[in-house]
Design a protein around this ligand. Structure first.
Ligand code: B3K
Ligand code: ZN
Length: 880
């Protein structure tokens, strides 16, 4: 065993806990550097545990101050305590009470796990294994406990004291300047859902009456002065509560629901019972500092955390391998919520864009893992696009297969049967199998096999016999740890378009191989025969992106153009435009790689013009169609020997051809769209999205006044969406007005950290050769802060994931820059460092020189003597 070898946790090694903790009474006396924690645990042997079985509680960096069992001190022979474990060597046969006193230092906690301070506010983050940094405990999701938390603090330092559940008592301690609050959460929960907050915070209050008439007090806590930025979050919360009642019959179950926004947070937000803690980025919003995308994210994340109250909290996970049980399902639920609040097709397109640009590359590289992994070294590295986004796709497929009614019945049964449980994927699937009478064994492979299946399509039309035979063939390439794969059950929603673009009513002869308009592809290769097809139809396959697969269809450009114009499925209209653009971009890319001049195809340019002018289409939808596949999308399609500069150039060539051909329309639309005063509605946001897109095309056209127009838009914008769109165009197209616009943005928003994050990101994603030098200088800007994850992600994360051509520079400087950052952050905040280093995940697809440089940098990081488990896990998997 090398010195670096880490413990691997395996699904097959799961055993139920030998002990239960029924209640815990926590007493937390807050102090910035010396917080005292007393935990009183009522413990009993689980059924079947032999008498005398030792009990080991988890700890992480803890120091034990005092220990008593049933009111008595323990002798040295009866226990052992280290920073990472507290063991009782001879626990009593009967239930007993364990009192544990520890002392912790919130100010020294830079990992943002456990108890820490963010801008003076005490807060916690316990998922996945942070509670063990507060006290010794059975820190595993299948140990469910009723918590009572007493919090005490200096009144001056923290006027607000919040815990899980309902407030029982609060007051001042006479003559001390200290005050306290006691919170009780009646719902048994795992330790990862524990939270407390204490600080000088302002509160925005509201209330909600549930369907059964229960009154719930709602509170959003923010830094004083930010109260005006909470209206959208509060509105989103109330709409989420109503939606969950109406859509799934799920009501809230406590008297209070509190949300706290903090500025130092490793991820988006956390669903602690009754006390959600949020990255302030997903709470605060006003037109001056937040974009339409920010508004949409706030709405989605508020909903996501709220929905966890049932899918995650009332029913939690048996072990961390089941993470997708709560995350995939809850992402599915928040996607559905946003679809109902906004345009369903536009939301679907946005979700698929995200899936393909984040999850597909993960599934195609060395970090690929199943939706339900079977082994991990660091669980925090498995909060991935695969678990979340592909996990949501799997739930969506389940709904597609079962239909609306049976899906809802399955959800109802799952909630009824498993309320209060720590459950598994098998138990979840069993509910759907039971209500629908279907065997979901093959379907369950979606949880176990990593990689993105490929589906080859072959359509043969026989005009003489009036038949169409559609052959679908699935394959799944080997992925880390999985050499041979089984065929999956793939729901393929389909349609056929007739000569005038109308939907033809066709079903396959093999009726058992379809369910309505969904073909059930379950074998490696299957042929579906359609009768009554006299004229050659145009096939519309995988409508709504009914399965997370790569489709290899050899449709002619003419058929794709036909689909773009006529498909009744909006998703496939968008997909047809993407396919056309992807093919064209790949052709341009190939020309660039071979030093051959290639002219841009005019048919595509014309088709884009048609979409632009088609006012029958929703502006948000037009914006999605006109938005070319991203650099990451192309990289994924090309797959190997990548030269990112050529990808960037190919995209610019096509954008410029479209911009030049329709310059007049782009200019006119940029003036006409989005002129109403700001509302965050989906309709208004759609207009602004199209306006921003028009400015982008205009900037690469040949109109003489293009710089002037974009500069004016940047100057006159009265909301962040428009201002940022214009600024991005100025900077990324290296226009003369860029420096002034950046300076003016900085003057305007210098005091607002979240707005300045956008300013960092615009510069970090600038494809110019000077970008890296600028980024390095920006790390010394007064608004930048290495200890704040939002700042680091806005500058460094945006560079390594959103500026492919500069990150992968052929001189290796981009990789070396990231290595230095990772080495600098690793000990301070391992989760953040590990996240950043995963930007290397597709290094093997690069051309040999760049791949060699990336490998060198990864090898050097792996060789560091001191490296966190988090970073080491990612680096070693990248290199494996
Ligand atoms: N459950 C949290 C994520 C916790 C991440 C721990 N490393 C947020 C969410 O998915 O809702
Ligand atoms: Zn979640």
């Amino acid at each position: 065993m090398s010195t670096h070898e880490q413990t691997v946790v395996r699904l097959e090694e799961y055993r139920p806990s030998a002990y239960c903790i029924d209640t815990v009474d926590l007493d937390v006396c807050l102090h910035p550097t010396s917080t005292y924690v007393k935990a009183v645990l009522s413990i009993r042997r689980a059924q079947g545990t032999p008498a005398g079985t030792p009990l080991t509680l988890d700890g992480d960096g803890l120091q034990l101050e005092r220990l008593q069992l049933d009111g008595h001190d323990l002798s040295e022979d009866d226990f052992s305590a280290t920073p990472s474990a507290l063991s009782l060597l001879h626990p009593p046969f009967e239930p007993f009470r364990l009192e544990i006193e520890t002392r912790i230092n919130p100010d020294a906690n830079s990992t943002l796990m456990g108890l820490y301070r963010s801008s003076g506010t005490y807060c916690t983050q316990c998922e996945a294994e942070g509670f063990r940094r507060i006290t010794y405990f059975l820190d595993r999701p299948d140990v469910l406990t009723v918590y009572t938390t007493r919090i005490e603090a200096e009144l001056e330092e923290a006027s607000v004291l919040l815990g899980n559940g309902n407030l029982k008592e609060s007051g001042l301690l006479p003559g001390t300047g200290r005050h306290f609050a006691v919170w009780h959460d009646p719902h048994p929960k795992p330790a990862y859902l524990f939270a407390l907050v204490a600080g000088n915070l302002a509160c925005v209050k509201d209330s909600f009456t549930t369907a059964s008439g229960r009154n719930v007090e709602l509170g959003i806590y923010v830094e004083p002065g930010k109260e005006d930025m909470c209206a959208w979050a509060m509105d989103s919360l109330k709409r989420s509560m109503t939606w969950d009642e109406q859509t799934f019959g799920l009501e809230y179950d406590l008297d209070v629901f509190n949300i706290v926004a903090v500025s130092d947070f490793n991820m988006g937000a956390m669903e602690n019972k009754g006390l959600n803690i949020f990255n302030d980025k997903y709470v605060l919003a006003d037109p001056e500092t937040a974009t339409d995308q920010d508004y949409a994210h706030v709405e989605a994340v508020i909903a996501h955390e709220y929905f966890h109250n049932w899918t995650g909290n009332r029913i939690t996970c048996r072990d961390w391998f089941q993470l997708c049980l709560k995350e995939g399902l809850t992402v599915f639920r928040d996607q559905e919520f946003s679809s109902d609040m906004r345009s369903r097709p536009v939301k679907r397109i946005a979700d698929v864009r995200l899936l393909k640009s984040h999850q597909f590359p993960e599934d195609a590289g060395p970090l690929a893992h199943p939706v339900r992994p079977r082994a991990y070294r660091e669980i925090n590295n498995f909060y991935t696009a695969t678990v979340y986004e592909k996990g949501a796709e799997v739930v969506r497929m389940l709904k597609t297969l079962l239909g609306e009614t049976d899906f809802r019945k399955g959800m109802d049964l799952y909630i009824r049967r498993h309320d209060g449980d720590a459950a598994t994927i098998e138990q979840f699937l069993d509910c759907f199998a039971e209500v629908s009478g279907r065997d979901l064994t093959q379907f369950s492979l979606w949880y176990d096999q990593s990689g993105t299946p490929r589906v080859e399509v072959n359509l043969v039309h026989d005009a003489e016999n009036g038949t169409a035979s559609l052959t679908l063939t699935q394959s799944l390439a080997p992925t880390p740890g999985q050499d041979s794969k089984q065929p999956m059950l793939i729901p393929v929603r389909f349609g056929f378009l007739g000569n005038n673009g109308e939907d033809l009513d066709l079903s396959p002869r093999e009726t058992h191989q379809a369910s309505g308009d969904v073909l059930l592809l379950s074998q490696r290769s299957q042929t579906f025969t359609f009768d009554g097809v006299s004229n050659r139809p145009v096939l519309s396959l995988l409508r709504g992106f009914s399965a997370p697969v790569n489709l290899s269809a050899s449709q002619s450009p003419a058929d794709l153009l036909f689909q773009l114009r006529h498909d009744s499925d909006p998703f496939n209209r968008w997909q047809a435009a993407q396919d056309l653009a992807t093919r064209e971009l790949m052709r341009l890319y190939a020309g660039l790689r071979q030093d051959q001049a290639t002219a841009v195809d005019t048919a595509l340019v014309t088709a884009f013009g048609e979409v632009l002018c088609n006012t029958a289409l929703d502006p948000a939808f037009r914006a999605q169609v006109l938005n070319l596949p991203g650099e990451a999308d192309l990289a994924r399609e090309i797959g190997k020997d990548l030269e990112p500069v050529a990808i960037l150039t190919a995209r610019r060539m096509l954008r410029s051809a479209i911009g030049r051909a329709h310059a007049e329309v782009f200019a006119a639309e940029a003036e006409a769209l989005g002129r109403r005063s700001f509302t965050p509605s989906a309709a208004d946001a759609g207009e602004r999205a199209l306006k921003g897109l028009c400015l982008g095309y205009l900037a690469v056209s040949d109109r003489d006044d293009r710089e002037e127009i974009v500069t004016r838009h940047a100057r006159e914008a009265d909301n962040m969406t428009d201002r940022l769109a214009a600024l991005t165009v100025l900077v990324h197209e290296q226009m003369a007005g860029a420096p002034d616009a950046l300076a003016s943005f900085e003057r305007r928003h210098g005091g607002h950290a979240l707005a300045m994050d956008k300013w960092f990101t615009v510069q970090a994603t600038n494809p110019a050769d000077t970008a890296l030098t600028q980024i390095d200088a920006l790390t010394r800007h007064p608004a930048f802060d290495w200890s704040n994850p939002n700042r680091v992600r806005a500058l460094i994360g945006a560079f390594s994931t959103g500026n492919q051509s500069q990150f992968t520079r052929a001189d290796g400087a981009g990789f070396v820059f990231l290595r230095d950052v990772v080495e600098r952050l690793d000990q301070r905040n391992p989760q953040l460092a590990a996240r950043l280093v995963s930007a290397f995940r597709s290094w093997q697809a690069l051309e040999p020189v760049r791949a060699g440089l990336a490998e060198g940098v990864l090898t050097r990081i792996a060789g560091s003597a001191i490296l966190s488990t988090d970073t080491r896990d990612i680096v070693e998997r990248c290199l494996a």
